[in-house]
Design a protein around this ligand. Structure first.
Ligand SMILES: Nc1nc2c(c(=O)[nH]1)N[C@@H](CN(C=O)c1ccc(C(=O)N[C@@H](CCC(=O)O)C(=O)O)cc1)CN2
Length: 298
């Protein structure tokens, strides 16, 4: 039986320590006020949930969080003008563009408009380049990969020398995460939409650490994992559930029932990686606000 990695309680501990640090910085530096601006375009219910969680957590730790919400049909130039305005505002330390954006908007182009010092999601080309450069360190590690690395370190999981499989190659999770794990000494294989079933099974069966971020229910089942593997589930999928008021239930990519008995450590969904993503937004905003404080005093 696996030990469950409790992302909810680990993120709560970290949130408390962030709150404590902000409180002390405010005492020493009157006027210090970390500030996060979130841009949401449209009304996707899942995005609204994540945005609310980020704003609520910001408030809890002493970060001033605010939401700029735009209609789904906003014109691209208007949105870019807003980002550029926030880039120029010295009181804003973090700019977060909630993804996904509506189809007509060029997501890579828009996320890349955020000035690097406020790119607390870590999605700009400059920041991602430093994730991929062997000897470089990114200014901000993207929040979900940062949360996963924190969980692995918290549970004292050795990465160096291990077979690590990352399922998914998105710009938000799989892409940066696979590189960060490789930088930490893991031998990393990426499984993606063009991988064959045979490749998927072969590599997963040999994985000491298996991370799934594909957004597909039951993508990982117990029969394709190695005995004792560490399994990290990044999936946020919804399946119909008549017992729930909403008529649906959240689940990950991993079939928990068949995987948990073989794994050594496993993250649940909900309550695993998701809460870590939110707390890492706070951690990155705090880093940005501290950097701006340092630049004022030097
Ligand atoms: N600009 C960004 N957009 C998106 C990101 C991101 O990192 N930056 N990631 C995802 C969604 N996401 C954050 O925005 C996110 C997903 C899930 C959770 C979470 O805590 N989930 C809970 C369950 C929540 C629920 O009840 O619905 C859990 O897993 O326990 C937080 C953030 C895409 N967009």
């Amino acid at each position: 039986m696996a030990v469950k990695i409790d992302g909810k309680s680990i993120s709560s501990e970290l949130r408390l320590s962030i709150a404590d640090e902000i409180k002390q910085l405010k005492q020493k530096n009157p006027g210090f006020e970390p500030r996060l601006t979130i841009i949401q375009v449209g009304d996707r219910p899942d995005s609204s949930v994540y945005v609310r969680m980020k704003l609520k957590s910001s408030e809890e730790v002493g970060i001033r969080g605010e939401l700029l919400k735009f209609p789904a049909d906003i014109n691209q130039e208007e949105l870019i003008t807003e980002v550029e305005r926030l880039n120029q505002d010295p009181s804003v330390h973090g700019i977060l563009i909630q993804l996904p954006l509506p189809e007509h908007l060029d997501e890579p182009l828009i996320t890349n408009k955020v000035i690097q010092s406020k790119d607390i999601d870590g999605f700009t080309n400059l920041n991602l380049a430093s994730v991929f450069k062997k000897s470089d360190k990114p200014l901000y590690v993207p929040c979900t990969p940062k949360g996963i690395l924190y969980l692995l370190d918290h549970e004292k999981v050795e990465i160096s020398g291990k077979n690590v499989v990352v399922c998914g190659r998105s710009d938000i999770v799989g892409g940066p995460l696979s590189k960060l794990l490789e930088k930490r000494g893991g031998t990393v294989t990426v499984i993606h939409s063009r991988s064959t079933q045979a490749q998927k099974e072969f590599f997963c069966k040999n994985a000491d650490i298996l991370i799934s971020a594909v957004g597909q229910v039951n993508f990982i089942t117990g029969d394709i994992i190695k005995e004792g593997a560490v399994v990290i589930d990044v999936g946020t999928n919804y399946v119909p559930d008549a017992t729930k008021k909403s008529g649906q239930r959240m689940c990950g990519d991993v079939d928990y029932a068949s995987t948990e008995p073989k794994a050594s450590l496993i993250t649940p969904v909900p309550g695993g990686v998701g809460p870590m993503t939110v707390v890492m937004v706070l951690a990155n905003v705090l880093e940005s606000a501290k950097a701006s404080l340092d630049s004022q005093s030097s």
